[in-house]
Ligand binder design. Structure first.
Ligand code: ATP
Ligand code: DP6
Length: 392
């Protein structure tokens, strides 16, 4: 009987980098070879939700993800739990809860392990929830980092940089908020989901092969600090044109070093390249950048743009990449938007073939807030500390 059970339930957001993290200098501690910067996305559309419970009667640490029990053998999971318990021990060496086992239950409101940064939201959520349950104060990004590098940026909302740091133990490799979500409320994101299948080469494996084999990679590292400064400036000044240019160039460079990796890694598909073409054609008609693309370790495009340009960009996306059934309500998920037919001028200036069913669906979202603590009524675990909903 779980009599003394204490629990906490929280949510955490996804983040999509505009200056990408790619490469580690320490695999165990997850220390990067360059600093990176991301935009945290809205949790109504993309979030992980996690309940963690502790009780003296639990006999082992257990975890369920999306209704399925997970192995606790994962080194990253164990590292995160160890780091939280170390913080509790530092505060009070004989804290009785240190010997209590944890039950973790988590679910994502979007596809897991499909190139939509579920590991970032998932580990940030786990660490944030553990920190609330164990009353751990101070920086928690360096703990989330040890779950998945990009997770450290999901512990804050708005615009977040992960400072690579120089210390061997990683103490200074932490995430810092550059600006809150309220700084640039007009910024929007359209995630064009080309595939939500598991990717062929994981980010972890791909970046290590790049570090070991790419001759272009050291050249990339030389320019990173300057790019970080330029990106921070473009965000502080809300200079969309520069923000977009830096974002697209960094994505292109990441995928170039992936191709320069041996054997080569190619995450983008034909449709990804068509999206790139469409964006450049549109920006060229406008004589300035009104939309930017960025691609992570998969073919899905993440477009950044301003609210006023969403209808125009969506009219082109839905014209060139329409869904099979023409059901726009199902096709465009998230923030509401009116889809209008494209202008004749835009159509004439963008010489592209229509490709039906190449994009599966679109998620329309905006810059989002910090992780959130939820009310106890939102718990995913029952009074015995077992998942409330169906488990496989
Ligand atoms: N809510 C969650 N809580 C804890 N761990 C999670 C959660 N969601 C995902 N994970 C962990 O992240 C793994 C998926 O990470 P993976 O890098 O393969 O995919 P992704 O993060 O969705 O894609 P990408 O990193 O390319 O954006 C899962 O197998 C699980 O270990
Ligand atoms: C392309 C990226 O999304 C790579 C993310 O890599 P991960 O954070 O998933 O890798 P690990 O630290 O090995 O877990 C770029 C980014 O998010 O900055």
């Amino acid at each position: 009987m779980a009599r003394n059970m204490k629990s906490s339930t929280c949510t955490a957001p996804v983040n999509i980098a505009v200056i990408k993290y790619w490469g580690k200098r320490d695999e165990e501690l997850i220390l990067p070879t360059n600093s990176s910067l991301s935009v945290t996305l809205g949790q109504d559309q993309l979030r992980a939700k996690t309940t963690v419970a502790i009780d003296p009667s639990f006999t082992e640490d257990r975890m369920w993800l999306n209704g399925k029990e997970q192995s606790m053998k994962s080194a990253r999971l164990r590292n995160v739990l160890r780091e939280i318990r170390n913080k509790v021990r530092k505060r009070k060496a004989d804290d009785e809860t240190l010997s209590w086992k944890v039950h973790i239950c988590s679910e994502n409101n979007f596809p897991t392990a499909a190139g939509l940064a579920s590991s970032a939201a998932g580990y940030a959520c786990l660490v944030f929830t553990l920190s609330k349950l164990f009353h751990v104060d101070g920086d928690i990004s360096s703990i989330a980092r040890q779950g998945s590098g990009s997770a450290c940026r999901s512990v804050y909302g708005g615009f977040v940089k992960w400072v690579m740091g120089t210390q061997k133990d990683g103490a200074d490799s932490i995430a810092v908020q550059v600006a809150p979500a309220s700084h640039w409320p007009e910024l929007r994101t359209l995630i064009l989901v080309v595939s939500d299948q598991k990717k062929h080469t994981s980010s972890t494996e791909g970046m290590q092969t790049t570090v070991n084999t790419s001759q272009l990679f050291p050249r990339r590292l030389l320019g990173m600090e300057e790019k970080m400064e330029q990106m921070e400036k473009s965000i502080n000044e809300k200079d969309f044109h520069s923000f977009a240019e830096l974002t697209m160039k960094d994505s292109n460079q990441l995928h170039s070093v992936c191709l320069d990796t041996y054997p080569p890694i190619s995450y983008m598909k034909d449709v990804s390249h068509q999206i790139v073409r469409m964006v450049h054609c549109l920006n060229s008609i406008c004589e300035r950048n009104i939309v930017a693309y960025t691609f992570d370790a998969g073919p899905n495009a993440c477009l950044y743009l301003l609210e006023k340009d969403v209808p125009r960009v969506l009219s082109l996306v839905t014209t060139f990449f329409p869904p099979k059934d023409n059901n726009m309500e199902k096709f465009i998920q998230g923030l509401p938007v009116d889809v209008l037919p494209p202008s004749q001028g835009d159509l004439a200036a963008i010489p592209m073939e229509k490709q039906t069913d190449a994009i599966r669906y679109i998620i329309h979202t905006q810059v989002g807030a910090d992780p959130q603590v939820l009310d106890n009524s939102e718990t995913l675990l029952d009074s015995q500390g077992m998942p409330k909903y169906s488990i496989e």
